[in-house]
Write a protein that binds this ligand. Structure first.
Ligand code: GLP
Length: 245
């Protein structure tokens, strides 16, 4: 696990975009695993700027997103499909046919999750997976549990996640209660993982997830066992990392 410290959110975003850009330059038809949430917005802005300047070409890039709320239609501005188009896909020269987000409108959860897992395999796996970090240590929507979920599955969101995400909705009642998400096993299969995290509010969970024991109670802790993980974090998020680390 390699940790890059950034001064602030802007520097974290630039450093993360550099890593993703390097991947695209080295392998123009790579598979990028993408994430939503407030953390990656600056990284996507940086990628858009590099595309605008002609330094980055998305024409052959393929993408798979981590997760999607169950029940939200694509035109709902809180769906992750909508988020990805707004922040990245509609702003770079990617072929929309090469972008993939779980279909939250598919009522048959088993069918959709099996389709998505098979799709990722058929693409040859993920070259680099971008991750944010939930306050309770979730990655994608893999919530704290008694075991690690292996493949793409349907999850019941925890109260703390509903609470954290209600800022995007009219009220907490409007936050969907379920989501489709890649499993921990799906995420761990990615060849490389790039986790980005910022802000003092995440300092406790950063210390716990990356310097504490590996446990499904803190889903991100499993990343300690992945052979190729890069964490780009700002100073505030690293402020509670133990001294000897
Ligand atoms: C959401 C997403 C995650 C994201 C996390 C943190 O619930 N499903 O993929 O990483 O919460 O979000 P934020 O970056 O807004 O703190």
């Amino acid at each position: 696990m390699r940790i890059y410290e950034a001064e602030n959110y802007e520097e974290m975003s630039r450093k993360a975009a550099n890593i993703l850009a390097a991947q695209v330059i080295l392998k123009p038809d790579c598979v990028l695993g993408l994430a939503t949430g407030s953390t990656p917005i600056g990284t996507y802005d940086e990628l858009v700027a590099r595309c605008d300047s002609g330094d980055l070409d998305f024409s052959e890039v393929k993408t798979v997103n981590l997760d999607e709320y169950r029940g939200l239609t694509r035109d709902n501005d809180q769906s992750y499909y909508y988020f990805m188009h707004e922040h990245l896909f509609d702003r770079v020269n990617i072929d929309p046919a090469n972008t993939n987000v779980p279909d939250g409108t598919e009522p048959d959860a088993d069918k959709e999750c099996a389709r998505y897992e098979a799709l990722i395999d058929s693409m040859g796996g993920v070259d680099i997976q971008l991750l944010g970090l939930g306050h309770n240590g979730h990655i994608g929507f893999n919530e704290p549990d008694s075991s690690f979920a292996q493949t793409t599955h349907c999850v019941d969101l925890t109260e703390s996640t509903i609470e954290a995400n209600k800022r995007f909705f009219a009220s907490a009642d409007d936050v969907p209660r379920q989501a489709y998400t890649m499993g921990i096993g799906t995420i761990m299969k990615a060849k490389k993982i790039l986790l980005i995290v910022n802000g003092e509010a995440k300092a406790d969970i950063v210390a716990k997830a990356f310097f504490g024991p590996v446990t499904p109670e803190v889903p991100a802790s499993i990343l300690q066992l992945h052979p190729d993980v890069v964490i780009v974090a700002d100073k505030a998020a690293l402020s509670k990392v133990p001294e000897q680390a």
